[in-house]
Design a protein around this ligand. Sequence first.
Ligand code: HEM
Ligand SMILES: *[C@@H]1O[C@H](CO)[C@@H](O)[C@H](O)[C@H]1NC(C)=O
Length: 355
Amino acid sequence: MASLLYTTLALMAFLSSSIVCSAFPEFSFGWGGGTGAGGGGDGSFGNGQGYPGLLPEFYDFSCPQANDIVMSVLEKVIAKEPRMAASILRLHFHDCFVQGCDASVLLDDNVMFASEKNSVPNSNSIRGFEVIDEIKAKLEEACPQTVSCADVLALAARGSTVLSGGPNWELPLGRRDATQASLSVSNNNLPPPNSTIQNLITLFRRQGLDVVDLVSLSGAHTIGMARCGAFKQRLYNQDGNDQPDSTLEITYSNGLKTVCPKNGGDNNISPLDFASPARFDNTYFKLIMFGKGLLTSDQVLLAGNVEETMFLVKAYAEDYSLFFDQFARSMVKMGNINPLTGYQGEVRKNCRMPN
Ligand code: HEM
Ligand SMILES: *[C@@H]1O[C@H](CO)[C@@H](O)[C@H](O)[C@H]1NC(C)=O
């Protein structure tokens, strides 16, 4: 049965990939499942790798050019504005932490729900939606209603990492899109920049992510910018006693005050890794070693008195390849948070609204 399905699909793909692409999207997950240990062609969607329902080969027949399309748009956009790589990487994080990696973050306000775009962590901060729209429009042209917006985010996050000089990884695919967003979950699940180390550990654990994932994924702050409003507390009044954060190195702190005055300027931006803000490398961890992590949530990985995160910051600062390897692993793990698969959800035509 499985081999018949395989043969049929292979033949159809050979004849015309665009027909398979639009006409039988629901078949795409079926063919690879039977080969892996514990795999299910029986509706369990297991693939034996611990990523239920998701497979790197998911679009091999239905839209083999999917990743090339994602990369071609990213290359153009990131060449023009390097920061966009960071913004897009962050989009995937803010998607996955809120009801799973289901592209809920991309939904605009709707009569049925309030957009996550207006949550405290996202409002006036999260960006890159037009880039996702452009990728999705090109995918819809090549393979109508086949590649989900959630997978676009996962592919674009990986592509942005690679184009910034970071690691590559094999990416399980086959996520489907939510028909609902959740403003309240976005407010509750995304960690604030002034988080304590315990708060960070709790919020990551809620997603099935451990301290190794926490430290390695925080390394995404090797690229991109943050607004003054996200780190002002550290500069002027960290603990309610009108004193700066004692873990913040003083010359760095004084420099930050020039872009982030005590009153106003909340939308002025500063690099998360001032040494190489557009380069995905391990300087983020080196800077933390010198007291130059921008956000409280960055510096507490070292200063928070949790042995394991302190050890990992040092290890990643000393060995970029250790960081790259773990970042790739943790990105796959984050990308696997509670995906919709099979017949759950839908493949949105427009990432901003349910079909
Ligand atoms: C550990 C807890 C985390 C906290 C508290 C946090 C918080 C923040 C904050 C406050 C900003 C600046 C936003 C602004 O001021 O507009 C930011 C930016 C960013 N975050 Fe995180 N983040 C965390 C984890 C992550 C993770 C896991 C990723 C991705 C894997 C990530 C990727 C990014 C990127 C790339 C930027 C720069 C975005 C840009 O330049 O547009 N962050 N983060
Ligand atoms: C973080 O900032 C929020 C909003 O400004 C504030 O209410 C909260 O007390 C701060 N938390 C810590 C741990 O400083």
